[in-house]
Design a binder for this molecule. Structure first.
Ligand SMILES: [Zn+2]
Length: 188
């Protein structure tokens, strides 16, 4: 169980040097050959919160320990704890087939003036990657929001699975919006 609770965290610690998280060090370890990936600029976007950046990187690489991967034994329920349906928890379900995370991402997108249908995980990453190749404050904010959505979805999933605590999706939206305002303030 401990291994599960620490999922991501141990891995995260190994990329911290001198108390500072280094995403480029994480890259070198995780992708030593560093192929040209279309989402490179998305993950390296300036202004990303390091822990969000890290979870985003794991999600894109499908390295998050979702229930379908059964890292912690066969007893664990495979159903998604966010939408509480029979849907099996996979990366593709969590991002964003799941009604819980889809709600959050859709609200945040429309909050930023972008109304579009939510596609598959691959589609959303590709859509984001296209935009973060350009230096544009809106797209930078969009990238930060995307990483925050992925991070908060994963954390809520962990909290529900391992601490049996639940927060409504509206509260998560508020938390992300608040965080974005704080980042905006700090950038001024
Ligand atoms: Zn779900």
């Amino acid at each position: 169980m401990r291994e599960v609770l620490d999922n991501g965290i141990d891995e995260l610690n190994s990329f911290v040097s001198g108390g500072k998280f280094s995403i480029s060090k994480a890259y070198r370890i995780m992708q030593p050959t560093w192929p040209k990936v279309p989402w490179k600029q998305l993950v390296l976007l300036k202004g990303l919160v390091p822990k969000h950046q890290f979870i985003l990187l794991l999600a894109i690489q499908r390295r998050l320990a979702t229930a379908d991967r059964q890292k912690w034994g066969i007893q664990a329920a495979k159903e998604c704890v966010l939408c509480e349906t029979d849907a099996v928890e996979t990366i593709d379900h969590l991002f964003f087939q799941c009604s819980h995370s889809q709600f959050i991402w859709k609200i945040l997108l429309s909050w930023m003036g972008l109304n579009k249908p939510i596609g598959s995980w691959e589609d959303e990453v590709a859509w984001m990657a296209q935009r973060t190749t350009r230096r544009n404050p809106l797209y930078t904010a969009l990238g930060i929001t995307f990483a925050a959505t992925v991070y908060h979805t994963w954390i809520e999933r962990n909290t529900r699975r391992f601490q049996q605590q639940k927060r409504p999706k509206e509260e998560q939206v508020r938390e992300i919006v608040l965080m974005l305002h704080t980042i905006g303030q700090n950038c001024k």
